[in-house]
Write a protein that binds this ligand. Sequence first.
Ligand code: GAP
Length: 514
Amino acid sequence: MAKQEDVFKKIVSHAKEYGFVFPSSEIYDGLGAVYDYGQNGVEMKNNIKRYWWEAMTLLHENIVGIDSAIFMHPTIWKASGHVDAFNDPLVDNRDSKKRYRADVLIEDEIAKIEEKINKEVEKAAKRFGESFDEAMFRQTNPRVLENAKKRDELHQRFSDAMNANDLKELRQIIEDYGIVDPISGTKNWTDVRQFNLMFKTEMGSSADSTMNVYLRPETAQGIFVNFLNVQKTGRMRIPFGIAQIGKAFRNEIVARQFIFRMREFEQMEMQFFVRPGEELEWFKTWKEFRLKWHKALGMGDEKYRYHDHEKLAHYANAATDIEFKMPFGFKEVEGIHSRTDFDLSQHEKFSKKKIQYFDPELNKSYTPYVIETSIGVDRMFLSVLCSSYEEQALEGGDTRVVLHLPKALAPVKCAILPLVKKDGLPEKAHEIMNLLKFDFACRYDEKDSVGKRYRRMDAIGTPYCITVDGQTLEDNTVTIRDRETMEQQRVSIEELHAIISKECSLNSLLKKLV
Ligand code: GAP
């Protein structure tokens, strides 16, 4: 098994062991691709949401927030295209009785070929040492060239089939490339069929009045249908944006990679309404701002990349993903889309209500164009967790597991630890906690040796441990231990607030964005 897969498994069990993420309904053996956030997870998730919300609304005078309902009129999903086109191609294996996404099976096959190429390159790099010219090797080695050709041909066939919505061809590719079920190992596949990802339920109490409604698959439509409400009541002038954080639901066929692909998840979306013709300039602005937001967390600039879409949805005229380097490769965390006037026009058509904006400067009405930024809270959470996890070897053969979380996102900012459970130290520790708890998430812990308590705090990424000892009672000083260096410094109690605030406050993070 690849090393990165091992690391990922450890991250998943660490998340459970330390109260970040639990499988949902665990005592009933769980529910596929649904997860609960624990006592530390919810704090970190709330910090991520606050960072996004404040960066979007406080730092932009022309962006306001809303909180729209999960249930919406079913015609909204007809207008948005989700009823007809929000589908995944699925295929069943008759032997394992398991269901797969046909596109994912093919993507995995492409990844396998890519892996073969990379292994070949790694082997050669070891063999040739310092003199190895990777670019030259990739251009000339016959085995690499053969696999690269196979990969490109498969990729081309696959994207043509996806773009043409050609389910027969997807089935044929699975056949031609001999793709087998990872469980049964057989090629006994059914035809490929379309599967709508929306969850449907019924609203109403009597048989006559029930209506089929959907659990929203994205929060964005709640923004579009409130465009006029917000614009008029907020006296908003274009360009302006509406932000929203909320739950979304998708009946994902293949739920994989922990909280990366869930059936119930949370999105942070912002629709920015602009004049037609100005959208591509705004697309560029938002693309840059959103990457800056990610990078300000200090997890490493090299872990991000843009993936600009070549093939665009029929209503979009530009789209990019911000991808993050997860242990299982670069993966989409956020999408930025220039959606033209598609959504507002569709709602105008289906609702038969005029949805236009009168621009006083141009003295004319038009349907605004939209730039959307859409990020999954859970994927963001996963990227933070993965990039922070380290099993660190210490001097003297000891080890520790530490989460190098961006300090402003850490669930607990400081632990307050009386050295012993007596001699007035717990009382003094509580006094300090009472000074700090209004501004920072603090945790009091008096159980076990102080060394063990430090380790527990490292494992949940607590930036500072404050230890109260005999000297504290004499001169009002404590030791403050830094998570990264593990070094302790003696400081007076009055200094604590400023030290923690400087490093851990959301404000210092937000200031990097302006
Ligand atoms: N309104 C546009 C929209 O929903 P999307 O690319 O389908 O676009 C946006 O989703 C973001 O939502 C993704 O970049 C991802 O972070 C998150 N997301 C989508 N499906 C998800 C799932 N099944 N589980 C977790 N997060 C998901």
